[in-house]
Design a protein around this ligand. Structure first.
Ligand code: BMA
Length: 372
């Protein structure tokens, strides 16, 4: 039998969860689904805000400097919004975040937001693993505080407007890396039921508050099988995108042997996970992404084409986002950056990665009018 798309039942096409979402948000979701047949968008955390050797320079970007083009996707962090602080947990002023998010939207790029929200019980950081999830669920002691924090984030999301005065659609990735043990919402610190309840409460609250510009991204860290990936999945009615984060690790000055083993293993593991993600996304009719990845300080000069691209090229993921180019970390005595900049040893290979037909940067997507 010939399968005809035009006659397929409507449910064949993924629909954005939030029926009341703005037209631009619904359009973005549908356009992202179409775009994944063209290629994988390249994303970078904090791209326009700073790099290894600079901060807050207009229209500056490490990616633009080395490739002549800007990323298609931009990651931003809103940790500290819960305290009405002026700056996020990485020191970027919120007024600047808003400007960057607007610039990205105006230029036809895509914005995604993570939230390293403080621990609502200990008031320590996101990495303070004092038990907290059960306490912020409805009926819990810190529930009201959590609602207050959520309310502050809704104000922020609603305030994001483009030059066309429309609300800017955001891929929102709360309570990320959920199967890890390092955040207070991680698998070691709450049950699957508690996690799901927290997720559902949060999404329902956003809808109740009429935040209409969010696309919800479910996110794990590296995982070994589909059961682990899905253990805390809140259900098809509560996530638009399925994703995971996965990083390559080695010493920052690996021997040739260490580097080879590290890159070979990472590549193989990534393929295994992408295969599972792809199957899950197909079965559940969701968009799939590699929401965070990277190899700190990129000691492998052909990492972009031989390791990363080789792993993702066969999978229809929407985007791959590299983490931030912070610079030198005094406290840990090491470099913290994930994309090359002028002179970095993987710069030439990155350019090759950029030039591939199936990697999409801003110039490749801006004429796609993702919000129309
Ligand atoms: C981590 C590191 C931290 C940062 C956090 C949130 O991976 O980059 O320095 O505070 O992300 O952006």
């Amino acid at each position: 039998m010939i399968f005809c798309l035009a006659n397929a039942p409507l449910s064949t096409f993924a629909q954005l969860l939030d029926a009341k979402a703005t037209k631009e948000t619904k359009n973005l979701y549908q356009n992202l689904i179409k775009l994944k047949d063209k290629g994988v968008m390249f994303g970078h955390q904090d791209d326009l805000a700073y790099g290894v050797e600079w901060k807050y320079l207009d229209n500056y970007s490490d990616i633009q400097q080395i490739s002549g083009d800007y990323p298609a996707v931009y990651g931003w962090e809103i940790g500290n919004i819960e305290h009405d602080e002026d700056k996020n947990i990485d020191g970027v002023p919120f007024y600047k975040l808003k400007e960057y998010i607007k610039q990205v939207y105006d230029n036809g790029g895509v914005n995604t937001i993570s939230w390293h929200i403080d621990n609502p019980v200990s008031l320590g950081s996101a990495w303070d693993t004092t038990k907290a999830v059960s306490s912020i669920l409805p009926g819990g002691e810190q529930h009201d505080l959590y609602v207050d924090w959520l309310k502050k984030s809704t104000k922020f999301f609603k305030s994001l407007r483009g030059s066309d005065h429309k609300r800017i659609p955001i891929l929102f990735r709360p309570f990320h890396e959920l199967n890890g043990g390092w955040f207070w919402w991680g698998a070691k610190h709450c049950t699957p039921e508690e996690y799901k309840e927290l997720w559902k409460f949060t999404v329902d609250y956003m809808r109740k508050m009429r935040v209409k510009n969010l696309i919800y991204v479910y996110n794990t860290n590296s995982f070994t099988n589909a059961a682990e990936f899905m253990e805390r999945y809140p259900g098809d009615d509560y996530a638009d995108v399925v994703s995971f984060d996965s990083y390559q690790f080695s010493s920052q000055r690996p021997s040739d042997e260490e580097l080879k083993i590290s890159s070979t293993n990472f590549n193989a593991n990534l393929k295994k996970q992408l295969f599972i993600l792809d199957s899950v996304a197909t079965v559940h009719n969701k968009l799939a992404t590699l929401a965070e990845t990277g190899y700190e300080a990129i000691p492998d000069k052909t990492w972009w084409t031989a390791t990363l691209w080789d792993a993702i090229k066969d999978y229809k993921i929407s985007y791959v986002l590299l983490w931030r180019n912070f610079g030198w970390r005094d406290n840990e005595q090491k470099w913290h950056y994930y994309t090359p900049f002028k002179g970095q040893k993987s710069e030439v290979d990155f350019k090759k990665f950029h030039d591939l037909d199936s990697t999409l940067f801003l110039n490749d997507i801006k004429d796609q009018h993702l919000y129309k």
